[in-house]
Design a protein around this ligand. Structure first.
Ligand code: NAD
Length: 500
């Protein structure tokens, strides 16, 4: 594998992929925006416009929340036999399977993700996620709590109601499905706002959901920019629950602006994950995983292992190997089979990442490879490794969300744990060691929602995912935790006393 030299070959023309209906899905119908405004979605690999889409604002959100409310209060979805709901979701699973390759291409085109990665990771996860939660539909049970002999007291699990979902562009359909599948399985209805940068796969999902027979208003899809439609959605009094994935700044804004309506809120936010390598670790595996752990999806991953903490005894050898491997990764067009890093999502993201690189150099970090944009068209950037970083530097503290890794050194287990925990982020971490006791002890002491031992980056739809607070957010996606997110408990007290 080699870094593709400029000029990078252009990706295939956008019209080789069939585009979905380019409208807003509201109440089971495809609509233009009320304002008539539109925006463009850009192919990050070519910088060409793929399509123009209607741009929703507060009036479209009103219509969508109204449609969702009516589907929840008057429609069949929350009331239907749970196993029937499961069957309908499974019908959608079958349609997703039938159209899997088409969705792979659509996602890759819109997000610039390497086709091979979407085929291997995103789409199988999306389909498995819906399949997993379809299985939950008829297994969400309540409990009978014995309180006194003259009463039957039980607790039912009921759907929370109308859910607002807002998701980013880095794993467009996967981020969306992590919210949609459990919400619908619980009998909730949803207004989903995918990122403006990546509307296409969610709109195709909307078409397939209608084909699967989902009742009107159960799943409303309005991709668009955040400050307009997103803000209108999270401040809407008709919303019972907000489930958000995105940046810490917007997550905090959502908590603040939504407060007057007191909705339930789950926030999956950012990361600056420590990947801690002890001197007894299997170096080959640790180097390989450190590279994949940061450069997968061009570093646009919330759990990217962007702080590699290495024991000083192996730091030099480890860093040399990391640099060599990183420099040889292939950056290129998403359609090429051997591409490891596709383009960044946008010019804005490119500017942001390059400004962090500049800051890193100014702060005295050592730029070992990369650091520059590759000649376009397309937002391609070379994998970038900094060494000599410490936790006080901006590149060591802040989430860059691009292909940039910072290598830091430690001299003791105590120091490694302290450095790992010296961060506002709490999403994920990894520990590399062959000492069993150390593996468990350190895994327990690092404050993170997920800790990997001798591996990096695995998630599964059956396991809870989320941060332990701070800039990584609160609440959990996936697993049985998501069922908790979308159901409430209702206590029923039945008087069993006989009169007379
Ligand atoms: P972002 O916060 O800018 O955007 C995320 C979503 O919020 C988009 O749909 C956007 O349109 C919307 N939005 C933006 N401003 C809004 C507003 N004022 N009101 C309502 N909605 C608004 O984030 P981004 O840059 O697109 O995505 C990257 C961030 O997402 C990173 O911080 C990353 O770590 C995080 N992320 C977290 C996870 C996780 O599971 N924890 C997963 C993926 C991404």
């Amino acid at each position: 594998m080699v870094v593709a030299q400029s000029p990078l070959p252009a990706a295939g023309p956008p019209d080789t992929v069939r585009l979905p209906t380019l409208k807003l899905l509201i109440g089971g119908e495809w609509r233009e925006s009320v304002s008539g405004a539109s925006y463009a979605t850009i192919n990050p690999a070519t910088e060409e416009v793929i399509a123009e889409l209607p741009e929703p604002d507060g009036r479209d959100i009103d219509l969508a929340v109204l449609a969702a409310r009516s589907a929840f209060e008057d429609g069949p979805w929350p009331k239907m036999q749970a196993s029937e709901r499961g069957k309908m979701l499974r019908c959608l699973v079958d349609l997703l399977r039938t159209h899997e390759e088409e969705l792979v291409h659509l996602e890759s085109l819109d997000a610039g993700k390497p086709l091979a990665a979407v085929r291997r990771q995103d789409m199988p996860t999306v389909i498995d996620c819906l399949d997993y939660y379809a299985g939950w539909c008829d297994k969400i049970t309540g409990e009978v709590v014995p309180v006194r002999p003259d009463a039957l007291t039980y607790v039912k699990r009921v759907p929370v109601g109308v859910v607002a979902g807002i998701v980013p562009w880095n794993f467009p359909l996967m981020n969306a499905m992590w919210k949609i599948a459990p919400a619908l399985a619980c009998g909730c209805v949803m207004v989903m706002k995918p990122a403006a940068e990546t509307p296409l796969s969610a709109l195709r999902l909307g078409e397939l959901a209608l084909e699967a027979g989902l009742p009107p208003g159960v799943l409303n899809i309005l991709p668009g920019p955040g400050p307009g439609a997103g803000m209108a959605l999270i401040t809407h009094p008709g919303i019972d629950k907000i489930t958000f994935t995105g940046s810490p700044g917007v997550g905090k804004l959502i908590m603040e602006k939504a407060a007057p309506n007191v909705p339930r809120i789950t926030l999956e936010l950012g990361g600056k994950s420590p990947n801690v390598v002890f001197d007894d670790a299997d170096l080959d595996s640790a180097v390989k995983a450190a590279v994949a752990g940061v450069f997968f999806n061009s570093g646009q991953v919330c759990s990217a292992g962007t702080r590699v903490l290495v024991h000083e005894r192996i730091a030099e050898e480890f860093t040399d190997r990391l640099v060599e491997r990183s420099a040889n990764l292939r950056v290129g067009e998403p359609t090429a089979a051997d591409t490891y890093l596709g383009p960044l999502i946008s010019q804005r993201q490119m500017d942001r990442v390059l400004s962090y690189v500049e800051q890193g150099i100014d702060e005295g970090a050592v730029l070992r490879t990369g650091g520059q944009r590759l000649e376009g068209p397309g937002y391609y950037m070379a994998p970038t490794v900094f060494s000599g970083v410490d936790n006080r530097m901006v590149v060591g503290r802040e989430e860059i969300f691009g292909p940039v890794v910072s290598v830091m050194r430690f001299s003791s287990e105590e120091e490694a744990v302290a450095m790992a925990n010296d961060s506002p982020y709490t999403l994920a971490a990894a520990v590399w060691t062959n000492d069993l006791a150390r593996a468990h002890t350190v895994a327990d002491r690092i404050r993170a929602g997920t800790v990997w031992v001798n591996t990096y980056g695995h998630t599964d739809n059956r396991l809870p995912w989320g941060g332990l607070g701070g800039d990584s957010g609160v609440g959990r996606d996936l697993g049985s935790s998501a069922i908790e997110n979308f159901t409430d408990r209702r206590t029923i007290w039945v008087n069993l006393k006989r009169r007379g």
